[in-house]
Design a protein around this ligand. Structure first.
Ligand code: NAD
Ligand code: ZN
Length: 338
């Protein structure tokens, strides 16, 4: 948990959360570790402004329901589940128009309230997502970042038959490569600066896995002077974002998931307007279209996220888990909680 304002995590004995009438208590089996957790671990400026220790960190998990509140009708004890970690109000303009992923009243588990790096977590029943018997707790535990990739790759992108450039092959970029492959992209070019991550992108089905310097050549080889139909920007690095706009074809689409560390300059006229492109900002997962897509793709067997998971640790080894992410070479890092 995050015991106090300052760097690092701590392991503490705390009582299990007390659930409200509309909530369920879940015994956590597997939990994914994410860049957000690294920000909280490091206690950077964002974490200092947002989080209020002491609290339990972690927002990606799967486990078993062990208790349900009085008002819960559709989740039962012993259900194997994961959950959408963004808790929205359900009542605002955006929630009521199918845009709950940008609800201004969103509270995130492991950031704004207690999360899942613990034996138990309380979740509103509305956020619970049932896992098929065939889906392991490990895969269940990474539905949150996989959902980021599904949201980015499949929202208005018309992937079948398309040429796709994925800039940034962190866990989410690598998931996206596999999703685009399963969705029938004709050519997937993935770029990253890290050779280990490029190898993972290749394993997930990238036709070309290249350095940023090689990306332009790969796009030219695949599309001539046209450019790719779709770019999924998954690095948040300014030079990659400029490259996304440079290598998308006129009239194409750029999906922005990566978050730049600070404001950056764009030439709107040449990078966006005169190219007639569409730019989509990705926040979280669409509720719950993304979750349905994710479940259907997993059921089809055409998309297998297993190769993305490269590191497993018991909860006590949180320092090693964070170090693995900071190394920049890991795929998905997972805690084996119980
Ligand atoms: P990550 O940091 O592991 O992945 C980023 C990758 O980009 C790294 O592998 C890095 O080597 C690579 N990279 C660096 N420079 C590059 C360049 N010039 N060209 C291509 N690749 C380059 O992160 P992740 O966990 O996979 O997440 C990806 C991004 O998405 C991060 O910026 C993260 O903050 C963001 N994110 C956004 C949301 C959202 O809802 N919008 C949710 C989760 C994560
Ligand atoms: Zn709302």
């Amino acid at each position: 948990m995050k015991a106090a304002a300052g760097p690092g995590f701590a392991l503490r004995d705390v009582p299990p959360p007390v659930i409200r009438d509309n909530e369920v208590l879940i015994r956590v089996r597997r939990a994914g570790v994410c860049g957000t957790d690294v920000h909280i671990y490091d206690w950077d400026a964002w974490a200092q402004g947002r989080c209020h220790p002491p609290f339990t960190v972690g927002h990606e998990f799967a486990g078993d329901v062990v208790q349900v509140g009085h008002l819960v009708t559709d989740v039962r004890v012993d259900d194997r589940v994961t959950a959408e970690g963004h808790i929205v109000c359900g009542r605002c303009h955006l929630c009521r128009t199918g845009n709950a992923h940008v609800c201004p009243n969103t509270r995130i588990i492991g950031v704004d309230r207690d999360g899942c790096f613990a034996d138990y977590i309380a979740m509103p029943a509305t956020n619970v997502w049932q896992l098929d018997d065939a889906i392991s707790y490990e895969i269940g535990g990474i539905h949150d970042p996989m959902g980021n990739a599904f949201h980015t790759a499949l929202t208005n992108t018309e992937v079948p038959g398309s040429t796709v450039l994925v800039t940034g092959c962190g866990p989410i970029g690598i998931f996206a490569v596999g999703i685009c492959r399963a969705a029938g992209a004709s050519r997937i070019i993935a770029s990253d600066v890290n050779p280990t991550r490029l190898a993972l992108a290749r394993a997930m089905g990238a036709h070309d896995a290249v350095t940023p310097q090689e990306a332009e050549g790969a796009v030219r080889a695949a599309t001539g002077t046209l450019g790719v139909d779709v770019v999924l920007e998954m690095s948040g690095v300014p030079s990659a974002i400029h490259q996304a706009f440079a290598l998308v074809r006129d009239g194409g689409r750029v999906q922005l998931l990566g978050i730049p560390a600070k404001p950056m300059e764009l030439d709107l006229a040449t990078e966006i307007i005169f190219k007639g492109i569409t730019v989509y900002g990705v926040v979280g997962r669409r509720m719950y279209e993304t979750w349905i897509q994710m479940t259907q793709f997993l059921r089809s067997g055409e998309f297998d996220p297993q190769p993305v998971i490269t590191h497993r640790f018991p909860l006590e080894r949180y320092d090693d888990a964070i170090a693995a992410i900071k190394s920049g070479s890991a795929g998905k890092v997972v805690f084996e909680v119980s």
